[in-house]
Design a protein around this ligand. Structure first.
Ligand code: PAN
Ligand code: ZN
Length: 191
């Protein structure tokens, strides 16, 4: 079983396999199934049916051994499966960093979108391998798979930033991303 290292952490090299998307040494891996995304998809009936049925894996988050502790700088690779629930593209839960700190995402494989919301304004960045998406302090963020294959990205963020998931349940994300014949369409969050 893999675990986070305990401070003080020694300088270390982390081998990154760009094909297999592994980190070595690795820390814990988190798996989010459909049932973990309660209250997030617009069509709650479709969400409930998929959760009670096959309950598919929507995304995984593989971490390096660097822990989420103040002044450390953890990294993780998120992989979102392709799919949609009543047209709404599969996505991460999304969160706000309560300590309002910045973060970067580097797209690795597949295609996706980085949706950000500061409580008033919504921003969307198309993500493809090589794109760095910058998330400024105070912007809640959610990732979306816009393609037909898994979408993966590397995240690097301050260990003391914290993750507030309730913020998104309370305030939404400003927009939702849907699959359409022409590609991706952003629609108002509550329509
Ligand atoms: C990322 C996210 C990861 C999963 O590492 O935590 O993509 O998304 P949720 O945390 O919204 O489920 C990050 O933004 N860390 O701060
Ligand atoms: Zn974050």
């Amino acid at each position: 079983m893999t675990a986070f290292h305990t401070p003080p952490i020694s300088p270390m090299a982390i081998a990154f396999d760009a094909e297999r998307l592994t980190l070595s040494p690795e820390g814990p891996t988190l798996t989010r199934r459909m049932s973990d995304l309660e209250g997030l998809f617009r069509d709650s009936d479709a969400w409930a049916a998929e959760s009670a049925g096959e309950n598919p894996v929507v995304y995984t988050v593989t971490s390096s051994p660097v822990p989420e502790i103040d002044r450390e700088l953890p990294q993780s690779i998120t992989t979102i499966m392709p799919g949609d629930t009543s047209g709404e593209l599969w996505m991460t839960k999304g969160h706000q960093h309560p300590n309002h700190q910045g973060e970067i995402y580097l797209a690795l494989q597949g295609t996706g979108g980085l949706l950000m919301f500061d409580g008033e304004r919504t921003e969307w960045i198309d993500m493809q391998p090589g794109t760095i998406g910058y998330i400024p302090p105070g912007w809640a963020h959610r990732s979306v798979n816009t393609g037909d294959e898994p979408y993966s990205f590397l995240a690097v963020y301050p260990g003391g930033a914290g993750h507030d998931y309730g913020w998104v349940l309370e305030h939404g994300m400003g927009s939702r991303a849907y699959r359409t014949a022409g590609g991706v369409e952003l629609r108002p969050y509550s329509e």
